[in-house]
Ligand binder design. Structure first.
Ligand SMILES: [Zn+2]
Ligand SMILES: [Zn+2]
Length: 225
């Protein structure tokens, strides 16, 4: 089956700031091109592209790695980064210093801070791995595969998505927020900015394991004399 990974490359690899397909307009009587979509990757001539409501920040990196695509709720992901930073500062640094002054003068505060910074890095790396990875966006097939059409049992499991105009396999579902069909869609997670599906499920699971371990570690350390 075709994925967004396959389809975007053909149009994106030659995309430049001045191509005729971008969403810009001519200003000043047609003397200056004003781009409406500005990307973070204009340094190499590539523009941001959209798939549904997701933004491909750099089509080349996306084509090679399936990373560099952010969902419609990316501000919520930034909130998680700020939240973990503030929580690490309060519980990892401030609380540890207070505790070392009044409760446990002989405790290893430095080691505790190193552990907290390590968890902070790991959590945010996994957060970005989930939030900036293709969750499994489908752009095909446009026609029912022959092996499905010839098998009544299989045919029953396939549906047609009128919005994406593609055929959905048994595990593919459409997301109203992302406005695309996702392979093995689990759910749409605003905190991850996008859907959690086949592509980013592994990173999402490790993100959850890591923050839970960090949370338990912080609570135990806080109340352990
Ligand atoms: Zn769809
Ligand atoms: Zn979604």
């Amino acid at each position: 089956m075709l994925s967004a990974f396959d389809s975007i490359t053909s149009s994106s690899s030659s995309a430049t700031r001045n191509d005729s397909n971008n969403k810009g307009r001519w200003e000043g009587g047609g003397t200056r091109w004003k781009e409406k979509v500005r990307g973070c990757c204009l340094f190499n001539g590539m523009r941001c592209q959209r798939i549904g409501s997701s933004r491909v920040c750099n089509p080349v990196i996306y084509r090679e790695t399936k990373f560099c695509i952010t969902g419609p709720h990316f501000p919520a992901t930034i909130f998680i980064v700020i939240f973990t930073t503030v929580a690490t500062y309060i519980f990892g640094f401030l609380a540890a210093d207070v505790k070392s002054n009044f409760v446990d003068p002989n405790g290893s505060v430095t080691m505790h801070k190193v552990v907290c910074v390590f968890f902070w890095c790991l959590i945010n790396a996994l957060l970005m791995a989930t939030a900036c990875q293709d969750p499994g966006i489908m752009t095909g097939p446009k026609e029912l595969p022959p092996h499905v059409a010839s098998d009544p049992a299989l045919y029953e499991q396939w549906r047609y998505c009128n919005k994406c105009e593609i055929y959905q396999g048994p595990k593919t579902r459409h997301c109203k927020e992302c406005k695309v069909c996702i392979d093995e869609l689990d759910h749409h997670c605003p905190w991850m900015s996008k859907c959690v599906g086949k592509g980013n499920m592994k990173a999402f699971k490790w993100f959850n394991v890591t923050w839970i371990v960090y949370f338990i570690y912080s609570i135990v350390n806080l109340f352990n004399d």
